[in-house]
Design a protein around this ligand. Sequence first.
Ligand code: CP
Ligand code: NVA
Length: 308
Amino acid sequence: MIKHLLSDFDLNRNELIGILNLAEEIKRNPTKYSQALAGKTLAMYFEKTSTRTRVSFESAMTQLGGQAIYLEARTTQAAKGEPLSDIAKTLSRYCDAIMARMYKQSDLEIMAQVASVPVINGLTDMFHPCQILGDILTVKEKLGNLKGTIAFFGDCDFNIAHSILVTFSKMGMNVNLVCPNIKTYLPNEEIIKKAREEAIGKINIIHDPKTGARGVDVIYTDTWVSMGQEAEAEQRIKDLKPYQVNSELVKLAKKGVLIMHCLPAYRGYEITAEVLDGPNSVIWDQAENRLHIQKAILLTFSKNKWQR
Ligand code: CP
Ligand code: NVA
């Protein structure tokens, strides 16, 4: 059976530790892995825009001796109505793995059902597992452990919040999900329920921003208007305004708190420029770690199928 990375639930704690250790090893000795995926090809299928995911995966493949092919859905025959299942079957015949950025989680699952190569989630509305794996690496490097509390501020019913709550809690950190008490922003109940089955850390849903920030080790935020939510921008900005990460909020956290953002960031909205570009921000190291973790993800998921 092929192992896919469709959501954060696809990796247990030991597998997560394995990927983290491998990423640290590759980061220390990149040249040792320069031929690790020689002759292999990754298809990168994007329904949405991207800066980091696209470039980190493509650079990762190049630096591992392989190659990546960028496919923008609207310039493939998907634009003419070709079914995703036909596309995934075809890509499986040419390439050794598929990384896909989709709107619907169910569309990613359709691809995985028919693909004969590993399918990796490069972001859906529901999850962004590759991002959070890189973030775990960053927190471990900066704090020296995966203890304490990470607080996420903003829309908790979307990809970044969901992946944080599943993966950070599984790795032992407490997770504060800080959002308005409005259904649109509350984390998906099924995901919370399933995450709690594996969680070592506590998952807390908090509506008061100050309570959410008090004494935490990591503050994390994401855009208030995710890809696909542009039509709701005005309402979202209004609802999420009290959850802005600014210097007042940061003062409530532990001294030396890490400030994280998956990017792209909108200064003056979910985070102030002062905080994003300030001394506690680890955002650029966080972005860099996408590259190292992608390599570890590619090598891990290649173990069965790619070694043919
Ligand atoms: N964080 C992240 O996934 O960035 P991109 O949307 O630029 O890929
Ligand atoms: N929640 C954001 C994440 C971008 C990496 C979005 O989906 O647009």
